[in-house]
Design a protein. Structure first.
Length: 202
């Protein structure tokens, strides 16, 4: 199964070249971080960053090598605008007074406007019920399918093999799912500590 996933991840950038770019906006609502800065990360920032393919309006940063955007919250709100070829995960981050980095859970944007609600990220990782993108709904559904293998609070994977088997079955049933492919990229980019030698043999 590892070989199947590796092959799938290898092909992903080539399969996505024909996609048309869609405009998107992320509007953040937060009184907790009013007059403070937040960091928005799009895609993933690892050796797998070749999957990132989005551009931000009025921003010269390369989203492949630098997928971060610093935003200033004013009047309890901020907004970023851009274009993407296919659904992308995003994440909101903040560094507190003790230099601890607090991150939200990933959420998905697939074009159009996404509204998110941000509270204290050190205690609240969810971004509210305003986010209704098709890809984010799919992500929430996919997470429910493998919730017996992942801690629902911390997101820590305690049964990597079981999660991967669930995603494998989902991809077979939904071969056009960008969300499932991103979830694979998350695991192989960030979940190294969750994998054992036996996991690598599946």
């Amino acid at each position: 199964m590892i070989k199947l996933f590796a092959f799938t991840l290898f092909l992903l950038p080539h399969l996505l070249l024909a996609q048309q770019r869609k405009a998107f906006s992320i509007i953040g609502h937060t009184s907790f971080y009013n007059n403070k800065q937040l960091v928005i990360q799009g895609g993933i920032y690892t050796l797998s960053n070749k999957y990132n393919d989005f551009d931000l309006v009025n921003d010269k940063a390369d989203s492949v090598n630098n997928p971060f955007k610093i935003v200033q919250v004013q009047h309890n709100e901020f907004a970023i605008n851009g274009f993407l070829k296919y659904p992308h995960p995003f994440q909101v981050m903040n560094m507190d007074a003790e230099n601890n980095i607090n991150c939200s859970y990933f959420f998905f944007v697939d074009g159009g406007t996404a509204n998110i609600e941000i509270n204290d990220l050190s205690t609240t990782k969810n971004l509210g019920n305003l986010l209704q993108s098709k890809s984010n709904k799919e992500y929430q559904y996919l997470k429910r399918l493998y919730n017996n293998a992942v801690d629902s609070v911390t997101g820590e994977i305690y049964n990597f093999k079981a999660k991967q088997k669930t995603i494998q079955k989902y991809i077979i049933q939904n071969p056009n799912s960008y969300v499932a492919l991103w979830d694979l990229a998350f695991d192989y980019a960030f979940a190294k500590n969750s994998k054992t030698d036996d996991d690598r043999k599946i």
